[in-house]
Design a protein around this ligand. Structure first.
Ligand code: SAM
Length: 434
């Protein structure tokens, strides 16, 4: 396919996402199934246009004077591929599959638009109702923080130290320009894609099949490390999902002690078995949601709550979620977070720890949940640890890189694309008196 056909396809997918308010991954998959002639390069190029358009929907809409699918598609090509208007017009000229070029006034406006005159929520590329919450959560500089959530993300990997070391994996992935991560000691990064490029499918690599590494955002790796899981401990990963954190904890614990992996949704939990086998993780026991876990109450050194959340910290990777999120959905996540924290508390032994993680930057899901938890569980011996000090001890050269907030005598931290170059994550550690 030529650029014109790819752009027309991207506009079709964007219209579908908008009209049916459906996940972009589903819309792209359906388009691929209905157009089998399109090769993997075409699909990647179409995906880039669609994802860029959704990441920057408001600022592109402002610059084009139109938030329609065609305007966004053209804006994404001009900006994402770094093309000049005349260059794009020449590339589409004579291509019968190409959509009609927007008028000179519109593309001219795009090139000359001054975003500094746009409202904050437009510069931040977020819906209006979320703007106030992000401002309250992130304070000064929230617009730049939110705008960083609209950039293309890198591909992060975590080396599985049960089977390999970082040098070996960096070498194996040298053809993809993989480099050691900035912050996470076992992290590897493949930079964000540029122009019409695409990330390699690392899961078909021999090293992946042998369990040398997993795909995991660097922020998620750091959250696992901050929990301080140590060899020999008894750990409950209460919201294990497909096992991303359990796998990281198993490596930190050098396959000793015991990790109990649980999740309320068996479909989400299902892939964990294959991943554990590939990684050679032998200290993880997976619990079916129907299982009675009463036997674990009061006996965990560490209970990890990787909570269900709005995922606002991952909008670089799932930009469509940003436009679908509603106040009702946020309220529902908050209810779930309180419920799962209450459940988790019962498993923590006296002297044990409760780690709370979200991939959201909205304070109502983060520090506010910890503050509410402390009120509900007053008298049970839980206190907020100095998480900022844990970060500083772990990464002394990056003390300034995360956002530390004092809370109830301790501190909690937030990672963001702008500060840490990771997805957005919140991390709090509670210690229970012995
Ligand atoms: C952020 S995801 C977990 C991601 C996973 N830990 C990882 O690192 O890949 C949150 C998970 O919490 C689960 N969940 C939601 N409510 C729950 C509850 N009350 N108890 C246990 N799990 C719950 C969801 O099914 C979902 O898989």
């Amino acid at each position: 396919m030529r650029l014109g056909g790819r752009l027309a396809a991207a506009i079709e997918v964007l219209s579908d996402v908008e009209a049916r308010r459906r996940p972009v991954a589903d819309a792209l998959k359906d388009w691929g199934l209905a157009h089998r002639f399109a090769g993997s390069g075409d699909r990647a190029a179409i995906g880039n246009i669609v994802y860029d358009a959704l990441r920057k929907k408001r600022s592109y809409g402002f610059r084009m004077g139109d938030e329609g699918a065609a305007a966004l598609g053209f804006a994404a090509v001009l900006d994402g591929l770094g093309m000049e208007t005349a260059e794009l017009a020449a590339a589409l000229d004579g291509d019968r599959f190409a959509p009609a070029m927007p008028g000179d006034d519109q593309v001219g406006r795009f090139g000359g638009a001054d975003l500094s005159e746009a409202p904050d929520a437009v510069r931040a590329d977020v819906p209006d109702w979320i703007a106030a919450r992000l401002e309250a959560s992130l304070g000064d500089g929230w617009v730049e923080e939110a705008a960083a959530l609209s950039t293309r993300p890198p591909l992060d990997l975590r080396v599985n130290t049960l089977k390999a070391d970082r040098d070996k994996v960096v070498k194996a992935l040298a053809p993809f320009d993989a480099t050691a991560s900035d912050l996470a000691p076992e992290g590897i990064r493949i930079a964000a894609i540029e122009g019409a490029g695409r990330h390699p499918n690392v899961q078909v690599e021999a090293g992946f099949q042998k369990g040398w590494f997993e795909v995991q955002d660097e922020g998620s790796q750091l959250a696992a490390l901050l929990s301080g899981a140590a060899p020999g401990e008894q750990v409950l990963d209460l919201c294990a999902g497909a096992g991303g954190k359990s796998l990281a904890l198993a490596a930190m614990m050098e396959n000793t002690g015991q990790i109990h992996a649980a999740d309320s949704d068996r479909h989400r939990l299902a892939p964990i078995h294959e991943r554990l086998a590939r990684a050679g993780s032998r200290n993880v026991q997976v619990h079916d949601p129907r299982e009675d876990m009463a036997g674990l109450i009061g006996s965990m050194d560490l209970t990890l709550v990787d909570a269900p959340c709005t995922g606002s910290g991952t909008w670089r990777r799932r930009p469509d979620a940003k436009w679908r999120l509603s106040e009702n959905a946020l309220a529902k996540r908050i209810e779930e977070q309180d419920a799962v924290l209450d459940r988790a508390a019962r498993f923590v032994r006296p002297g044990g720890r409760l780690a709370y993680v979200t991939c959201s930057l909205i304070a109502d899901e983060n520090a506010a949940r910890i503050a509410a938890f402390l009120e509900r569980h007053a008298g049970e011996g839980f206190a907020v640890a100095d998480t900022g000090a844990r970060w500083a001890a772990m990464l002394p050269e990056a003390i300034e890189r995360c956002r530390v907030r004092d809370l109830a005598g301790g501190s909690v931290i937030t990672m963001t694309p702008k500060l840490t170059g990771t997805d957005g994550f919140f991390f709090a550690l509670l210690e229970r008196a012995g």
